[in-house]
Design a protein around this ligand. Sequence first.
Ligand code: MLT
Length: 442
Amino acid sequence: SILISYCSTPDLHSPGTSGWRTRVRRNENMEKLQNDYLFPQIEMRKMAHIEQYPDAKLISLGIGNTTQPVPEIVASAMAEHSWGLSTVERYSGYGPEQGNEALRKAIAEKVYGGLGIKHTEVFISDGAQSDISRIQARPKVTVAVQDPSFPAYIDTAVIMGQTDGGNNNIVNEDGSTRAAAAGGGKSGKNIEYMKCNAENGFFPDLSRTSRTDIIFFCSPNNPTGNAASREQLKQLVDFAMKNGSIIVYDAAYSAFIGEEADDCPRSIFEIPGAHQVAIEISSFSKFAGFTGVRLGWTVVPEELLFSNGEPLIKDFNRIVTTCFNGASNIAQAGGLACLTTPEGLEAIRELVGYYKENAKILMETFSWLGLRAYGGQNSPYVWVHFPGKTSWDVFDEILEKAHIVTVPGSGFGPSGEGFIRVSSFAHREHIIEASNRLKNLL
Ligand code: MLT
């Protein structure tokens, strides 16, 4: 199991005395994790800073935590649903584990209209991160991730035992190996890092990438903010087809792709053939302010088959119905209001626009400072390069001297070293204040 395994070594302490131990051995996969998960590490440093400087007006541009209110029409729908639960007529208990049919239909129609996605292929979740873990409920598959990338892919892979015990090195593009990541998890030879940097347009050189069973791919990417082009995603789908791999496409930030960026697909299913090689994970967190409400979804096309011909959707459904009792019905009522009312759709557009304007201010700030900054245009994240410095040094300096929390790029993988990620999820006045402080500091 994930957490424990049985150990027969007897313990010398008496039960009840200090230091007495159970006979349950720690899961060795947990020992492979080098550090705490990235965001709690940052939270700890933030809290220590607040303790040290209680009067400093700390600005948090670290974890991508939304700050703007949930649109009123959406909050009203959730309140209304919530009140209904206090009545005999409108009370409801468990719903379908896969989610309410109306919401599944709304997602299939509004998000994937014209892309051949049936509502029965949409599974409602309590957020993207839970499904990133749930889909890994099978050990011993090989995994590729963009480097840098959202640390949950690697860390959940390590916890689920995807790393090979004997080798904790990362496989380079040229086949050589190097030391494990500075971020959350040590990689094993079952995990392949696909280097994505400014030199390769933040898209991996697939001709030098080994075949893996699973390819995690996030676009717009967290943390670099880069949105892959149609041509690049076509290459990715072709690569998965050639190798018989499955792409886990993280589209949590797709709403940030601007209308003018018509060359950047919002879904992997815009690419011919993707229905046979990809699942897509997404979330209401960032575009609707649901980071605390918790609601997301995963699309698993019926056409996606395992090597024995069994459809993946059958197993995904089995896992969802076993490991999950469905998303909150209140949250689902909110999700429905987001997607099915003109006011909801307009409110989402405004929310996304607000954060994108913040990102623009941050981009202008770093450009004024003469630093190279990436992302920020089709993404809420700005990825800033500090040549010759380590990410943690830059993080510490900005925190210490400007009282601003960022995220050290190395926490997202080895290629993130020398970068920091700055989030635009903040109130406008905080972004402006942060911009002024950075201009004074740097
Ligand atoms: C981030 O800051 O990278 C993410 O927003 C955190 C998350 O979604 O878990």
